[in-house]
Design a binder for this molecule. Sequence first.
Ligand code: FAD
Length: 445
Amino acid sequence: MSNLYHSDMYNFKEPVKSYWENTYNLKNQYKKVESNIKTDVVIIGGGYTGISCALNLSKNFNIDVVLLEAGHIGWGSSARNAGFCCIPPAKMSVEKMFKKFGEKETKKFFKNTIEGSNYTKNLITEYNIDCDLTGECNYEVAPHPSYFKSIQKEAEIYKTQFGIETEIFSKEEFNQIGHTGKEQYGAMSYKPGFAINPLKFLLGLSKKAQFYGVKIFQNSKVEKIKKISNKFNIFVNGYNISSNKIVLATNGFYKDDLIPHLNDRILPVISNIIVTRPLTNDEIQSHNFSTHNPILNVRNLLFYYRLLKDKRFLFGARGDLLGSNKSSKIMAQKMEMQIKKIFPNWNKLKIEFYWRGFVAVTTKLTPSIGKIKNEEIYYSFGYHANGVNTAPWAGKELSKIINGSNSKDLLISKLYLGLPKKFIFSTLRLFYLRLAYIYYSIIDR
Ligand SMILES: Cc1cc2nc3c(=O)[nH]c(=O)nc-3n(C[C@H](O)[C@H](O)[C@H](O)COP(=O)(O)OP(=O)(O)OC[C@H]3O[C@@H](n4cnc5c(N)ncnc54)[C@H](O)[C@@H]3O)c2cc1C
């Protein structure tokens, strides 16, 4: 079992003290497992990946599905994130992708990732999910004049190679349409791009999954899996669930404890969010903050932020290698200082919510969607902090191979396929991350 982070990160019984949980009444929406069950497919994890996969299996293929979530539905990162629907789900430059995978697969990857954004948007429309959809593009902002050229280049590649609609803005132009804060030396925009209330989206989706027949259980942590003559026996709350197939949809919360073949392949990285009290109109105008589009400050240790519809400011950053509640508070205080540095006129702002969760990074640097060879075990993870775009779509794609017993191939870009290599000396994963943080913070300075 992985002990990479403090046990506070895995306290499945605790509510998440996020701003999002404050916008929704989560009272006992789903039951917990309280009897033995037989089913065709068990999905472990009730985030976007698991719920979307379950919904598609049940709705499109009429397959009997049981979904098990350790916390409440809405406990994981799918209900903790900033709600940015952004691209691409990779930590690899386009140049490297071209070199490693070739032009055709890289172009297909970007086509798929745009399909992912559209899929998320279509789910919201088709199922009429009220999730505070906002924004008509994403902005990437240069934190220093030296970054502007690379942003211009990225916008050009997106446009010419992948047919993505982009626009470039000088610092002065972005002062008018974005904001006049610091660490703003010009920007680019791309479409599609938008933002949502992630918890409302997840709960809307899970309601639909239930409507189409998925048996959803919360407070039902999978403790152990045993295979006995071609059936999986899944142990939850002291009961046994017997199934033919398993889907692991636990992303960054996987503790290397259930399926040995999938262990040591994920580096869970903490991402943190703070949300302020509502800003006054004068405060908003003092930095001419004119947009509700999501904004990414592309420093190596990313900042991401947006103005919420009730005028609160959401600000996110990576960091914290411990994961205790105490270190989360310290991180929030640091982030409050970072906001005030970038937006000096907001020096009286108070933080009203702070929380964190895991994003999943892998050695492959792109997502992994597939099936373990010769086993009826399926997986999808490693969205590199782009789950709003990728996870619902990945869940849908995964459902196709779970259903198609003859064909185990997905018709998606190779960049998504196959497992990442295991981390060498996997107990040192956080040490590697620490080194990366030190290196990036030096460059960012
Ligand atoms: C602070 C933060 C900000 C982010 N911002 C963005 C953003 O703006 N845009 C974006 O695209 N992405 C963002 N992400 C990433 C995004 O949230 C994830 O990529 C996405 O939610 C992954 O979805 P998932 O369903 O695969 O995993 P999750 O939503 O994490 O779901 C996994 C679930 O598995 C459950 N689980 C684990 N072990 C067990 C077990 N043994 N038994 C049963 N259940 C178990 C967990 O309780 C959890 O609910 C952010 C992440 C964080 C933490």
